[in-house]
Design a protein around this ligand. Structure first.
Ligand code: ZN
Length: 164
């Protein structure tokens, strides 16, 4: 997997602030939390917060060792590359399911969506009936819409995702 993809996934799952940590850590095993802080020019408490978030997603593992001179424990971190693939796959499956569900709703309601002329809202036939074909936000009449473009858009998205 390309490093760009690893960092994109990090941003999506853990947050933008984790990107610099992962960028530094991804090819180096057992790096101390203090070294990570130093090398990424990040405060130690922020580094720990990010590392534990990575750990929550199984994206990083650590071991603790007692520092003989200082007498306290220091954690040493390793990025879990294999987990990136798993997360990418499950994220892709989730997105595909979401788009497929949306597509099934659109196809079951062909040409049967209703949109406010001020674009406040878009309702299916059932909900439009409940509101007497008036916008619940601004009171304008709802117009019946052709949803072929939405259907096409969703089909393209699904195709893209499936082949990614
Ligand atoms: Zn409206």
């Amino acid at each position: 997997m390309s490093s760009k993809k690893v960092l994109e996934l990090t941003k999506e799952i853990v947050g933008e602030d984790a990107v610099k940590i992962v960028d530094y850590l991804r090819d180096k095993p057992n790096i101390s939390e203090f070294k990570i802080a130093e090398k990424t020019k990040t405060e130690i408490h922020e580094v720990r917060n990010i590392l534990y978030r990575l750990h929550n997603h199984n994206l990083a593992t650590y071991i603790k060792k007692k520092d003989r001179q200082k007498g306290w424990y220091i954690s040493y971190w390793t990025f879990n590359k294999r987990r990136v693939r798993e997360l990418t796959d499950s994220l892709k499956t989730q997105k595909l399911e979401k788009y497929k569900y949306r597509l099934s709703v659109e196809e079951a309601n062909k040409n049967n969506f209703f949109m406010c002329s001020n674009a406040c809202i878009r309702l299916d036939f059932q909900s439009a009936t409940e509101h007497d074909f008036k916008c619940p936000e601004c009171g304008n009449l709802l117009n019946q819409m052709d949803n072929m473009k939405t259907i096409e858009f969703l089909k393209v998205k699904i195709k893209e995702l499936a082949s990614a």
